[in-house]
Design a protein around this ligand. Structure first.
Ligand SMILES: C[S@@+](CC[C@H](N)C(=O)[O-])C[C@H]1O[C@@H](n2cnc3c(N)ncnc32)[C@H](O)[C@@H]1O
Length: 343
């Protein structure tokens, strides 16, 4: 198809192009072309005949190649209504080269269309998967690939660490990045740290990299997670500081001695292990207790920690901070209580 255009000498090309752009006359959906010393600039049909562009030009009609500009955000993806694009963007996490989405039931029938649009908009994605939540004792995610290809094993960057994650077989959430950093920033040189429910090791590796702990012990029931803690400690150059243990914290922790800091990031189960953590504490030990529940339940958890500490011969616990980490579901929050064990 032929288009309306002006032809200018190549040496006048840049001022002519700039002038056409400024007036909104250049048709940017078409690619300008050169022939000999002439440059052909495609213009819109409503461009006036008597152009004042301060360089010599001629009117022509000729053929141009279409530009294929790729959409750069989901809102520009062809066929997806903008409100759907916003909802998908809000519910999406990008972990390494994998996008993970939570989709409401009413938009699930459009899953593969959404997956393909995401792959087009974010060319570095290798796969897009729907997240049906975290389940069971090992807190493993149910994922279904809707575009691209697995396996859903990838390398995620967080606070300068490179973490190998296996999204289908061991827990990881990029939404905890702020909490990982908040805890790691509190660690003082020489501390002996226990990461009681380590997952693939984001707390463990960050503490070992950022602070100068004497040792970090990581424990997890999930063997896949423990193998990844070891790999992540090695690849981030902190394997000499980290010891990973595979198994039940209730059985393993009593054999590990006393700690200066204990991270209990298992919001659905950590409260049941307060006696284990307090058994591995001294006066002054800091415990980061993660839990799920309403505001009253976080108060109850603090009372329970205080009672358990007293039962074990400590002088109770002091609540230094109660922090909402994130909203889990309406009315249910993920809390972190920073507790100090008292003499
Ligand atoms: C929420 S995930 C941990 C997340 C990790 N701290 C992070 O920041 O990514 C909870 C972890 O607790 C582990 N877990 C559950 N019960 C356990 C137990 N009895 N002993 C040790 N680990 C356990 C699960 O396998 C899971 O990896």
């Amino acid at each position: 198809m032929v288009h309306r255009a002006i032809s200018v000498h190549q040496r006048d090309g840049e001022p002519a192009r700039r002038r056409l752009v400024r007036e909104g006359w250049l048709d940017i959906s078409l690619r300008p072309k050169t022939q000999g010393d002439r440059l052909y600039l495609p213009v819109h049909s409503n461009t006036p005949e008597d152009l004042d562009i301060e360089v010599a030009y001629e009117w022509v009609t000729t053929v141009f190649e279409e530009r294929h500009r790729k959409p750069t955000s989901l809102r520009e993806a062809p066929g997806l209504p903008p409100e759907l694009a916003s909802e998908v963007t809000r519910s999406m996490d990008v972990i390494g080269d994998v996008a993970v989405l939570r989709l409401k039931d009413d938009i699930r029938p459009r899953a593969s269309e959404i997956g393909s649009a995401l792959m087009e908009v974010h060319p570095r994605l290798r796969a897009v998967a729907i997240d049906d939540g975290v389940h069971g004792e090992l807190r493993v995610r149910s994922l279904t690939i809707i575009a691209g290809e697995g396996p859903l094993v990838t390398t995620h960057r967080e606070h300068g660490m490179e973490l190998r994650v296996d999204l289908e077989h061991a827990y990881f959430s990029p939404r905890l990045a702020t909490e990982h950093r908040r805890v790691a920033d509190q660690v003082m040189p020489g501390e002996r740290v226990l990461d009681m429910f380590s997952g693939v090791g984001p707390f463990t590796v960050l503490v070992a990299r950022l602070a100068q702990p004497s040792q970090v012990h990581a424990v997890d029931l999930n063997e896949v997670a423990v193998r990844l803690v070891e790999e992540n400690a090695r690849s981030n150059g902190v394997d000499e500081l980290v010891t990973a243990h595979s198994g039940d914290a209730r059985e393993i922790v009593p054999g590990l001695g006393v700690f200066d800091r204990i991270i209990m990031n298992h919001p659905h189960g950590a409260r049941d292990f307060l006696d284990v953590a307090l058994g591995a504490s001294r006066s002054g030990t800091v415990i980061h207790l993660h839990m799920m529940g309403a505001l009253e339940e976080s108060d109850e958890a603090a009372d329970e920690a205080d009672r358990t500490a007293s039962d074990l011969g400590h002088g109770g616990v002091r609540v230094d901070l109660k922090r909402e980490v994130r909203t889990y579901s309406p009315g249910v929050l993920h809390w972190c209580l920073d507790l100090t064990v008292l003499e």
